[in-house]
Design a protein around this ligand. Structure first.
Ligand code: IYR
Length: 242
């Protein structure tokens, strides 16, 4: 018996079946395709080259963007790993001029308070290279504003509260995937963070279990758009291998 266990542990044979037991499961092979290491290297390099061309853009064109692209990006965000698969997010897309105008007016009011009163000088100093101020015309120019809401708790059909787990982590990952998907589609984005963002619940008619997490502005950049000359930290500065 003991011998058999040792043999099992040391066995080089591929295992049949999964180590981990699920209540209901399907084979991973329905999702995962192994690639050759050459292909993995090529793809990882190409993806890095694609992603390092993402820039936060503050000058948008009003050119129309097919809604299908936005929907595909939202479906991508919806595939994010998240706490207990409760998917504690909602994406409210503002596209009508009337709603975007309301969002701009409310955001600029908060930003005026931020730049004129609330923000400590140390923070304002850090924003100098970005050239930001309380004026946010892109909130009306860009074709889509995606307000991402984090659901602090869920509500079942009977209206009972359902606890959510790792909400900030889950929604943060989904936002990263959303921005990546929009960039991969060829759209420019801006992660905009007027604070506080309670006005988004009111304007977009979202319930009190949802908190606005980020406002993602997207569309084509304007033809004359510029971006600040800023750099990313090197691999050596952002990582360590142990
Ligand atoms: N929410 C403000 C201020 C701002 C804060 C940070 I941190 C930024 O990286 C950029 C801006 C604004 O959007 O202007």
């Amino acid at each position: 018996m003991e011998d058999k266990q040792v043999n099992d542990i040391n066995s080089k044979q591929p295992k049949t079946g999964s180590d981990h037991r699920y209540v209901n499961s399907v084979p991973l092979s329905e999702f995962y395709n192994e690639l050759s290491q050459d292909e993995m290297k090529k793809r990882s390099d190409e993806f890095y080259r694609l992603m390092k061309r993402r820039r936060s853009v503050r000058d948008f064109s009003s050119r129309a963007v097919p809604e299908e692209i936005i929907k595909n990006a939202l479906m991508t965000a919806g595939t994010a790993p998240n706490g207990a698969n409760l998917q504690p997010w909602h994406f409210a897309v503002a596209e009508s001029p009337g709603i975007k105008k309301k969002i701009r007016e409310a955001a600029e009011e908060e930003e005026r308070a931020f730049y004129n009163d609330r923000a400590p000088d140390e923070w304002l100093d850090k924003l100098v290279p970005l050239g930001t101020d309380e004026h946010k015309p892109f909130l009306e120019t860009a074709p889509y504003l995606i307000a991402v809401f984090a659901q602090s708790y869920g509500l079942d059909p009977a209206g009972n509260k359902q606890k959510h787990y790792y909400v900030k982590e889950s929604v943060g990952i989904a936002c990263g995937m959303l921005i990546t998907a929009l960039h991969n589609s060829g759209l420019a984005t801006l992660t905009h963070t007027p604070s506080p963002m309670g006005f988004l619940n009111e304007i977009l008619d979202r319930p009190s279990n949802e908190r606005a997490y980020l406002l993602i502005v997207t569309g084509y950049p304007s033809e004359s758009a510029e971006v600040p000359d800023i750099r990313k930290k090197t691999l050596e500065r952002i990582s360590s291998f142990h």
